[in-house]
Design a binder for this molecule. Structure first.
Ligand SMILES: NC(=O)C1=CN([C@@H]2O[C@H](COP(=O)(O)OP(=O)(O)OC[C@H]3O[C@@H](n4cnc5c(N)ncnc54)[C@H](OP(=O)(O)O)[C@@H]3O)[C@@H](O)[C@H]2O)C=CC1
Ligand SMILES: CCCCCCCCCCCCCCCC(=O)[C@@H](N)CO
Length: 334
C-alpha cells in the first residue's frame, strides 16, 4: 500500500472517534454501579424457574434474599434448597401479587429493599379468538397489574430506608415476546410490552432518588412454567419462538445480575436478544456510550434483519394455513 493510501485508511479508522466522544458526553442517565453483596434482594416469583435461579444467584453473591409467591409449600422448598447450596437463610412471603393488601403486608414485614426484582409471570398461549377473556385478564392482572402493585408497595421503602443509601434497582422480568408480538401471545405480549412503558416512565420519576430501572428480555427458558406452557402451545407459537435459542434459568439469572449491577436499562439474554434489543432500541435510555454507538451504526441493518424475520414468520403462517386447509378438505371428504 502507498503512503497516501495508508493515511486514508488511518483517517477512516479515526472517523468514529468524534461520534464516540459525543456519545460519551451525551448518554443519560449516567453510568452507575449497583452493589449486590450485603444488600437486600427481594424477588417475586422466587419459588420456581427463573425466579428461583435468581434467588440462588443473589444468595451466592452474598446478598440477603427474600422471595414472594402464592404457594407457601413451594416457597419453603425453595428456601431449603437455597439454604442447602449456599448456607443463606432466605425470607419467604406467601402472597398473590393481584392482592394489593397482601402485597403491602408482605413488604411491611420485609426488611427495607435495595434491589426489587419483579419476576412473577403467567403465560397461557392461545389464539385470541379461542382464548377466554378470563385468561386474558389473568395474564394482564398477574404480569402487569401485579407488577404495579409490587412497585407501588415497595417504592417508599426503597426510596427512604435502603442500606447505606447506595444506588437501588427495580428490575422487571419481561420476555422477548415483550419486544415483538408473537402468534398466540396477544395477551402475554400486551402484558410484557406494558412493562416497558411502565419502566421507561418510572426511570424518569425515580432517577433523582438514585433508583435504577432494568428490563430483562429472556427467550424460551427451561423452567416448570415452560413445561406447562408447552402442553398448550399452538404449533405456530413454537415455530416462531424457536427463532431465538432456548436458555437455562441459571444462565438467565447470571446475565440478569450482571445487567442489574451495571444499571443497564435493557438486558438482552442471548445473541438473538441483542439483535432484537438493537432493532427495538426506540427511545429507551442508554447509559453505555459503546452500546449507543452500536445502536446507531447497526440501526439500518437491524431493521433489515427484522424484515427478514417477518418474511420468515409470515411464510410459516401461510404454509401452516395451506397445510391445514388441505387436511380439512381431506377430512371433510371433499
Ligand atoms: N420460561 C420462559 O420461557 C420465559 C419466562 N419469562 C418470564 O420469566 C418469569 C418467570 O417465568 P418462569 O420462571 O418460567 O415461571 P414459573 O412458572 O416457573 O414460575 C413462576 C413464579 O411466579 C409465581 N407466581 C405466579 N403467579 C403469581 C401470583 N399471582 N402472585 C405471586 N406469585 C406468582 C409462581 O409461584 P406460585 O405459583 O406459587 O405463585 C412462581 O414462583 C415470568 O415473568 C415469565 O413471563 C420470560 C421469557 C421466557
Ligand atoms: C433484528 C431481529 C432479531 C430477531 C430475533 C427474533 C427472535 C424472536 C423470538 C421471540 C421469542 C419469544 C419467546 C417468548 C418466551 C416466553 O416468554 C414464553 N416462554 C413464556 O414464558
Amino acid at each position: 500500500m502507498s503512503n497516501s493510501n495508508l493515511s486514508y485508511l488511518f483517517l477512516l479508522l479515526l472517523l468514529p472517534l468524534p461520534l464516540l466522544l459525543i456519545l460519551y458526553l451525551l448518554v443519560r442517565p449516567r453510568p452507575v454501579k449497583i452493589p449486590i453483596k450485603n444488600r437486600h434482594v427481594f424477588i417475586t416469583g422466587g419459588s420456581s424457574g427463573i425466579g428461583l435461579a435468581l434467588a440462588h444467584q443473589a444468595a451466592s453473591e452474598g446478598a440477603r434474599v427474600s422471595i414472594l409467591a402464592r404457594s407457601l409449600d413451594k416457597l419453603e422448598q425453595a428456601k431449603q434448597a437455597i439454604q442447602l447450596s449456599t448456607g443463606i437463610d432466605v425470607a419467604v412471603f406467601a402472597a398473590d401479587v393481584r392482592d394489593y393488601d397482601a402485597v403491602s403486608k408482605a413488604i411491611g414485614e420485609a426488611d427495607p429493599i435495595d434491589v426489587l426484582i419483579v419476576n412473577q409471570g403467567v403465560f397461557v398461549p392461545q389464539e385470541l379468538e379461542k382464548q377466554e377473556l378470563d385468561e386474558v385478564k389473568f395474564m394482564i392482572d398477574v404480569n402487569l397489574m401485579g407488577s404495579f402493585h409490587m412497585i407501588k408497595a415497595a417504592l417508599p421503602s426503597i426510596k427512604n430506608n435502603r442500606t447505606d443509601r447506595g444506588p437501588a434497582s427495580i428490575a422487571l422480568m419481561s420476555s422477548q415476546a415483550g419486544q415483538v408480538g408473537i402468534y398466540g401471545y396477544t395477551a402475554y405480549s400486551a402484558s410484557k410490552f406494558g412493562l416497558r412503558g411502565l419502566a421507561e416512565a418510572l426511570q424518569q420519576e425515580v432517577i433523582a432518588d438514585d433508583i435504577h430501572v432494568s428490563l430483562i428480555f429472556p427467550p424460551d427458558t427451561d423452567t416448570p412454567g415452560l413445561v406447562e406452557e408447552n402442553k398448550l402451545r399452538p404449533q405456530l407459537t413454537s415455530i416462531i419462538a424457536a427463532s431465538s435459542g432456548a436458555m437455562k434459568a441459571d444462565e438467565v439469572a447470571k446475565i440478569t445480575f450482571s445487567g442489574i449491577k451495571s444499571g443497564s436499562f435493557i438486558i438482552p439474554c442471548n445473541f438473538e436478544g441483542r439483535l432484537l434489543s438493537i432493532a427495538t432500541a426506540g427511545l429507551a435510555p442508554q447509559r453505555s456510550y459503546l452500546m449507543a454507538f452500536v445502536e446507531i451504526v447497526a440501526a439500518g441493518i437491524a431493521r433489515f434483519a427484522a424484515l427478514c424475520f417477518q418474511w420468515n414468520w409470515y411464510g410459516s403462517i401461510e404454509k401452516w394455513h395451506k397445510q391445514n386447509r388441505k387436511k380439512w378438505i381431506h377430512t371433510s371428504g371433499m
